[in-house]
Design a protein around this ligand. Sequence first.
Ligand code: SF4
Length: 484
Amino acid sequence: MEPVVGAEQGIWKEECGVCGILCLDGQDAAPLAHVALYALQHRGQESAGIASSRGGAMHLHRGMGLVAQVFDQARIARLPGPAAIGHVRYATMGSARLENAQPFVASSPWGPVAIAHNGNLINAPALRAELEARGAQFAATTDSEMIAHLIARAPADDLEDAIGDCMRRIEGAYTVAVLAGGRLFGFSDAHAIRPLVVGRGPGFWALASETCALDHLGAEFVCDVEAGQLVALEAAGLRTWQVLPSSRQAHCVFEYIYFARPDTVLRGRNVHQARRRMGRVLAREHPVAADVVVAVPDSGTSAAMGFAEVTGIPFEVGLIKNRYIGRTFIQPDQASRDFGVRLKLNPNVEAIAGRRVVLVDDSIVRGTTSGRIVGLLRSAGAAEVHVRISSPPIRHACYYGIDTSSRGELIAARIDVEAIRRQIDADSLGYLSQDGLVEAVGLPRQRLCMACLDGRYPTRLPTEAEAGRSALEAFAAAPAGGQP
Ligand code: SF4
């Protein structure tokens, strides 16, 4: 999947990344949180933020843009304290604006509580109405801010109970880092839909969405935060509470297909190797006579390598990605979207001209970007273009932190594979099967969320009013305490 160019980016983007650091030697934690956020940048580029704490004082800085645009050394130096949490955001609920940037901070009986959330709550409007009726003031239009208020207003005697109470109230997908009273916590929803790991470095504890952040910090992986668990990272060690009854685990399979960084290890599986296996199984399921295997960079690269290994067709660098476009290039109309593809990807004519090309990508969302890339290859002289997709067709919406907008925009929900082939103008089209995907990931199917592929959601389905990134926007216009 090409995340930046074309229309597809409008409905299928990365989600968010969270981190937390507790320095045991009294050093400031913000410089380490800063490093972790760089490692998690692929999970969200719209905003970044760090909250740090020393004793009862909380320091916060958030801004729009990339980590490098939001923070410099002077900013980091103004975030003192041995405990910190950080966040990079892509908006899945609430629009992209500064008030919606995380971490969020709320006042509580235990001092300021800061939270950083990855995921999506499916009961957000009802909780927001209830909290506003109880006097909570919201600055943002995201579900995440409610988590801070629920902890702050929980009928509990201590922080652990307050967080546990919050976990029992919220529904959906959430991994959360919490900073309060100089203490660092992490917790996960009842199905562990999104990843969260604990690491230990020299003189510090770390929490992060992905193990690649631990690598950059020089920390060792300690454990995953399991479904329904709350963990406290403390000088004396790690404390764990099973707050929610253990039910079916449902780790998002698209973390393996697309979202996570290839060097991350998710539930014991290296993401690059899992993608490579997807390519191998795909080659077995949809072989084709061709001269070169070309990846859509970078997301299709690992699967293309696997495809080439099994078929013996040489892997070629047939598309070059310009990494310096960023998200500032806005494509308001068809003509500039086409120009966006040209700006972002350039065919390597030498590798393509006169050849039968297998083009490997990780998914097709709307089909528009895939069609443009096939067109690029043809214009570079490809004799044939055979598209191979290392995921099954996406036929259902995601309500767990991935912005898939409405089901009607998903091409595979509307038309069959042959019609998609015609629409993207490929000579042939093959998708990885659901069984093939499970085999490649290497986890039992019952431990995976594949809801956008098979329609089997691990939670109840949200109502129309609860779903979508603008579910809370109406509250912004309503008087405090009033329903939108
Ligand atoms: S519905 Fe799809 S994208 Fe969403 S959490 Fe489940 S597997 Fe991941």
